[in-house]
Design a protein around this ligand. Structure first.
Ligand SMILES: [Zn+2]
Length: 71
């Protein structure tokens, strides 16, 4: 998985407050904790701002996590 993709999924994990998925990405994709936490925070902020999540869970058939703000 590309680093940018891993970070995108970490934003999704933050959006859904899914700490388990976040930790798994952090370990498996060897993303630095600082970058990971920043992505997590962006996800939680996107949720608070009412941004629509486009992950598989929210949009059936989607496999591209997309948020307006990119790292
Ligand atoms: Zn979602």
């Amino acid at each position: 998985m590309k680093r940018s993709q891993a970070l995108a999924w970490m934003r999704v994990a933050g959006y859904h407050a899914d700490r388990w998925a976040f930790t798994r990405l952090l370990v498996e994709e060897r993303v630095s904790r600082a970058a990971g936490e920043a992505a997590w925070k962006q996800g939680t902020e996107a949720k608070r701002n009412g941004v629509a999540c486009k992950c598989r869970r929210c949009v059936p058939g989607s496999d591209v996590p997309t948020f307006p703000q990119e790292v």
